[in-house]
Design a protein around this ligand. Structure first.
Ligand code: NAD
Length: 288
């Protein structure tokens, strides 16, 4: 039997209904819609696409989306100044700094300038620390989207084996923490695991697999455990096609559930950003 497809778009539509209702409630109580300000430095095609989908998602739930564009020649201090301005602006509830940034920038320093209360992507040390301490609150959007897709399967993952490939602070690491929160017995793999040749053995025993490495065809379908839940976060462009990190055609013959790329995690990530926006906006306004 072929795997069931986990389509992010459908799940995002359901989430949109909830977020729209909360945005309406917020807007009625405060007299204005929650506002997300994206700060961009220079131009990047992937960032432009993400900005467009943020704007579309914001408008679809009744929120506002603003873009502050800095020249490619702007300094780290210019960017920090712009973030501080947004921190002080009472009309801005959420701040997002678009990636990539120049290699010379200290990314942690830049991101930690975002006020944690306005950190819609949960990328500041404080918000990631809260996740580590297993506190209620924000989680990075892509990691949260992965978990929501796993929940969507209806499978009870308590005590199952989970493997996350990739340990980035925005996806792999928080996804790993969220899996642990669901009492999945979890392992995180990275380039070290790949170089030691141990990747296959971890994947073969994985009931829940989240892959976020950004390497096309990294995971052969033959490695997937029968019936596993496979969440492929990777976005790679190969010969004019967008593909994930998992060999989709062979993997779907073994998996129980699998996300397509495109159309899997991506569409849900943007709606999760809107969910985070209304969460921080309500907290700032003291609305429960
Ligand atoms: P990153 O580059 O910050 O981190 C990649 C991680 O993968 C690192 O921890 C690295 O150790 C690991 N890795 C790299 N090669 C590996 C290998 N051969 N074997 C095992 N581990 C390996 O990446 P990221 O920000 O987590 O993004 C990863 C991918 O996910 C990219 O393709 C990116 O475009 C995509 N992405 C998609 C969404 C979405 O919404 N769908 C969101 C964010 C990122």
């Amino acid at each position: 039997m072929e795997a069931q497809l986990l389509e992010g778009k459908k799940v995002a539509e359901k989430l949109k209904v909830e977020v729209t209702r909360e945005v309406e409630r917020y807007s009625k109580k405060t007299g204005s819609a929650p506002t997300l300000r994206a700060i961009q430095l220079g131009e990047d095609p992937a960032s432009e696409l993400y900005l467009k989908s943020q704007k579309r998602a914001a408008e679809s739930v009744g929120a506002k989306h603003e873009i502050t564009s800095l020249a490619a020649s702007a300094t780290e201090q210019d960017l920090i100044g712009e973030i501080e301005r947004a921190n002080r602006d009472p009309k801005v509830q959420g701040i997002i700094v678009q990636m990539p940034l120049p290699k010379s920038f200290r990314i942690d320093r830049v991101l930690d300038t975002i006020h944690p209360d306005k950190d819609v992507e949960a990328v500041t040390t404080k918000n990631l620390g809260r996740l580590l301490m297993n506190k209620e609150g924000l989680a990075p959007c892509t990691a949260r989207a992965c978990i929501r897709l796993i929940e969507e399967t209806g499978v009870n993952v308590y005590g199952k084996e989970g493997v996350v490939i990739g340990s980035s602070k925005v996806v792999g690491l928080p996804a790993f923490l969220l899996l642990i929160g669901k009492k999945v017995t979890s392992t995180i793999c990275h380039t070290g695991t790949f170089k030691s040749g141990a990747l296959e053995s971890h994947i073969r025993r994985s009931d829940v697999l989240i892959v976020s490495a950004g390497k096309p065809a990294l995971i052969p379908g033959a490695w997937i455990k029968q019936g596993a839940i496979v969440i492929d976060v990777g976005i790679n462009h190969v010969n004019g096609k967008t593909v994930g990190d998992v060999e989709f055609e062979s993997a779907k013959k073994r998996a129980g559930f699998i996300t397509p790329v495109p159309g899997g995690v991506g569409p849900l990530t943007t709606m999760t950003l809107m969910e985070n926006l209304i969460t921080v906006a309500k907290a700032q306004a003291g609305i429960s």
